[in-house]
Design a protein around this ligand. Structure first.
Ligand code: RP5
Length: 163
């Protein structure tokens, strides 16, 4: 039920990627997770992007930090939706990664989540897949309902605490 490709520019990005992998697996979606770099392994980046669709991949998440052009390069070679996941950096706190991913020139969009927003990247991929898979749509409705219940319960507890 759905397949998502998850790329990261370096193995050091994996901690940020993990929540995306977890939420996708929790919803029963198949994931292919790879370390592929736009600048260190450009041939592999090209190969992955240009064959992803025929391998059944429907959405691609690209995590990268610093001059983070992985998402843009992958998006250049495919019509699949690409979600960019900016990784926090020591030098600029991830603003460098965020801007290099989100500021794509016209023609090659990369849907971008917040810095270290692994879970949101996974959820956004799920929302794209939900257009096609009713079972994912159903699980997303339940997920939102659980979130709403938790906030409502927190509010009740807070009101009680404040008297
Ligand atoms: C980027 O450079 C990677 O996405 C990573 O976030 C950053 C640092 O990579 P390493 O030097 O840790 O391999 O390509």
């Amino acid at each position: 039920m759905g397949k998502v490709g998850i790329l990261m520019g370096s193995k050091s990005d994996f901690d940020v990627v993990k929540p995306a992998v977890s939420v996708l697996k929790k919803f029963g979606v198949e994931v292919e997770v790879r370390v592929i770099s736009a600048h260190r392994t450009p041939d592999e980046a090209h190969e992955f992007a240009s064959t992803a669709k025929e391998k059944g991949i429907e959405v691609i998440i690209c995590a990268a930090g610093k001059a983070a052009h992985l998402g843009g390069v992958i998006a250049a070679f495919t019509t699949l939706p690409v979600i960019g996941l900016p990784v926090k950096t020591d030098m600029m706190g991830g603003l460098d990664s965020l801007l290099s991913i989100v500021q794509m020139p016209a023609g090659i969009p990369v849907a971008t989540v917040g810095v270290n927003g692994g879970e949101n990247a996974g959820l956004l991929a799920l929302q794209m897949l939900a257009i096609k898979y009713p079972e994912i749509e159903k699980q997303l409705v339940e997920y939102k309902m659980a979130m709403k219940t938790k906030i409502n319960n927190d509010d009740v507890a807070l009101q009680e605490m404040l008297g």
